[in-house]
Write a protein that binds this ligand. Structure first.
Ligand code: NAD
Length: 440
């Protein structure tokens, strides 16, 4: 099939590369010329495991090309995916400006289109957005009627940054959700996914939109629940990790992959989507108390690290604190809503001297902090002469005890509970989320 992808961020580029690798002819578009240039050279503008090699392969084979001209791309394609950003507005709602612009361009292209095109919304949008915003924009700019002249689908994306390629190529754990304006359009999208190993749920457009929010809110709930229980455990001299093991024995709770205690959820989705759902529920006259608490617990969690640092170091003024990890999670360079960034802000407000290191996210962090922090070349250098170290992202290398083996009198604050504290040298004082306060 001839596929167009509008927006080449984490979701768009992954979508484009993966469909191309399945033999489809893909053209991806973006307004950012530098991204388009890089993609056409086979170089990924983002860090994502396996992205560079797969991108290079599909560019060299001619399966994938990139351009800034969305309208031209749509005219010679069968199906187009909207993968642009839907960031929060100040009031928590979502900013649909990128969605509107792209929908208008696709609409204009459809006015010169021969055949029946299918437009697919992959960006996360609130229930009702496709019917109330995207569809009117497409109809107005094309002069066509939906269902009769073109189709509309909602196909929310469930990939996890850090394993975006493998999640997309193998959707058996998430399934494929297809919201459809009509059966014929849904059939086209289902056909495109032939060869991807995931069960398909076909439903209404707004139901598909809601499924994405319901899943993210559910997972965010687990994270905030874990953090609240972990914070209580600390004050009772209980290690939350032991409690978590005990919880996971109960098959009703299960594997509990989102029950890890830590700094709270970050990244481009959970916070944005929970806030947007709260905002939308309130506009419908519903008081979403649970969602609000999920958010409140999450916002407060970085202050737990600040309190641990103060407990360990006293006044933070002039203290040198190494922060290991800047990305919102391991295996990505994405620092959007990263809790590491929030913690660094708290340390700087308390006049600490901060030195940072992340294997992939240094460039993105430099755009935020400029000269306010020091940047180390590696984790070992970050730890030199520091008073305390905070593990803020669960990169596996930060869990390697060798990193700390020659350190004298170091204080470690494990914001991700990845260190085997029992095996740390005696002269290291260990603190962690959900760890008994001053147990060792
Ligand atoms: P992103 O910010 O990384 O990428 C968006 C891209 O769209 C940018 O490259 C931007 O330049 C481009 N763009 C903006 N206006 C454009 C236009 N008029 N024409 C063409 N391109 C344009 O965003 P993302 O993280 O890829 O997320 C995209 C959507 O997918 C969001 O709605 C997000 O909530 C959702 N989502 C994200 C993830 C994730 O893990 N990042 C997972 C699932 C769903």
């Amino acid at each position: 099939m001839r596929v167009v992808v509008a927006g080449t961020g984490y979701v768009g580029l992954t979508t484009a590369v993966c469909f191309a690798s399945h033999g489809h002819q893909v053209r991806c578009t973006d307004i950012d010329e530098s991204k388009i240039e890089m993609i056409n050279m086979g170089i990924s503008p983002i860090f994502e495991e396996g992205m560079n090699s797969l991108l290079k392969e599909v560019v060299e084979s001619g399966q994938l090309t990139a351009s800034t001209d969305l309208e031209k791309a749509v005219v010679s394609s069968d199906i187009s995916f909207i993968c642009v950003g839907t960031p929060n507005l100040e009031d928590g709602g979502i900013d649909l400006s990128q969605i509107r612009t792209v929908s208008a361009s696709i609409g204009k292209a459809l006015s010169n289109y021969d055949g029946r095109h299918v437009v697919v919304v992959k960006s996360t949008v609130l229930p009702g957005t496709s019917e109330e915003t995207i569809l009117p924009e497409l109809e107005k700019n094309s002069g066509l009627k939906s269902v009769k002249d073109f189709g509309l689908c909602v196909n929310p994306e469930f990939l996890r940054e850090g394993q975006a390629i493998s999640d997309f190529l193998d959707p058996k754990n998430t399934g494929i959700v297809v919201g459809e304006s009509d059966t014929e359009s849904g059939d086209v999208l289902v056909k495109l996914y032939a060869g991807f190993n995931g069960s398909v749920l076909r439903t209404f457009l707004r139901t598909a939109e809601m499924i994405k929010y319901a899943r993210n809110a559910y997972l965010a709930k687990d994270v905030s629940f874990a953090n609240e229980i972990a914070n209580i455990c600390s004050t009772f001299s209980i290690d939350y990790l032991d409690v978590k093991k005990g919880m996971e024995m109960d098959s009703r709770i299960g594997e509990g992959r989102f029950l890890s205690a830590g700094l709270g959820y970050g990244g481009s989705c959970f916070k944005k989507d929970v806030s947007a759902l709260i905002h939308r529920a309130e506009s419908q006259g519903i008081e979403p108390n649970l969602l609000k608490e999920i958010e409140a617990v999450n916002e407060k969690q970085p202050t737990v690290i600040l309190e641990l640092a103060k407990k360990a170091l006293g006044n933070l003024k002039g203290k040198k604190i190494a922060v290991l990890g800047l990305a919102f999670k391991e295996k990505t360079d994405d620092v959007r809503e990263s809790k590491a960034i929030k913690i660094i802000d708290l340390f700087l407000t308390n006049k600490a001297q901060v030195v940072v290191f992340d294997p992939k996210a240094m460039d993105n962090a430099k755009k935020i902090f400029g000269v306010d922090v020091d940047y180390a070349e590696n984790a070992e250098n970050a730890l030199k002469n520091c008073d305390a170290c905070v593990v803020a992202t669960e990169w596996p290398e930060f869990g390697n005890l060798k990193l700390f083996s020659n350190k004298e009198d170091l204080i470690i604050i494990d914001g991700r509970r990845i260190l085997d504290w029992k095996s740390l040298p005696e002269n290291i004082r260990y603190y962690g989320i959900g760890f008994p306060i001053l147990n060792k």
